[in-house]
Ligand binder design. Structure first.
Ligand code: HEC
Length: 177
């Protein structure tokens, strides 16, 4: 059994190394690299829709891997994830601009169903907005983007998904529709 585990781990590692880059240039699912199962959707920036590369190895939990290949957030409705997401929303000062319940303050409400960026009604779209920011006062919070000299700085994809699960709990849509 142990040997099997080691073998699987090696296979997974080879998969990550082997499938680095690639991609299609539109927002639809397709083309790009593999996290672990051979398929990663193409992320695009909210600023201008240009392709955005996120290192496959940053998708380092089962939920993050699933998201990387489907664009669906598996944490939606997950109580534990939402509690953690709420804490992260505070820790990363999202509250300062969006309010303690994401109801809006100097930044807009995140409750929906109407968003400044229509794509933020989907979890893929909102993830991209949080990860890479906007041109209108929303800074990039993604790992490595807050401080390019320190790649360990910032939120991981898994953490963004947890924040999103909590944010979605305030509205009627799950974003996975
Ligand atoms: C310095 C203030 C500030 C902070 C901190 C901040 N935001 Fe924002 N955020 C904004 C502003 C302003 C906008 C509107 C941007 C625009 O119109 O381009 C925005 C937009 C957004 C949107 C898009 C909303 C829509 O209607 O499409 C999301 C999602 C979002 N922020 C999430 C977050 C999260 C999550 C965090 C913490 C990791 C965060 N923000 C931190 C100011 C902030």
């Amino acid at each position: 059994m142990r040997r099997l585990h080691v073998a699987l781990a090696v296979l997974a590692a080879v998969g990550i190394v082997a499938c680095g880059k690639g991609g299609s240039s539109n927002g639809a699912a397709g083309g790009s690299a593999a996290a672990t199962d051979g398929k990663m959707i193409q992320f695009v920036t909210t600023q201008d829709g240009s392709p955005m590369e996120i290192k496959p190895e940053l998708f380092d939990t089962p939920a993050a891997k699933e998201f990387a290949s489907t664009g669906k957030n598996p944490y939606i409705g997950n109580q534990e994830a939402m509690e953690r997401g709420k804490k992260l929303f505070q820790m990363y000062s999202c509250t300062q601009c969006h309010g303690g319940d994401a109801q809006g303050q100097t930044g807009p409400s995140l409750h929906g169903p109407d968003f400044r960026y229509a794509k933020d009604a989907t979890n893929k779209g909102m993830f991209e907005t949080i990860w890479h920011g906007t041109n209108g006062g929303m800074g990039a919070k993604g790992k490595g983007l807050m401080d390019p000299t320190d790649p360990t700085n910032g939120l991981t994809p898994d953490e963004v998904l947890k924040i999103q699960a909590w944010v979605r709990s305030h509205g009627k849509t799950t974003g996975n529709e």
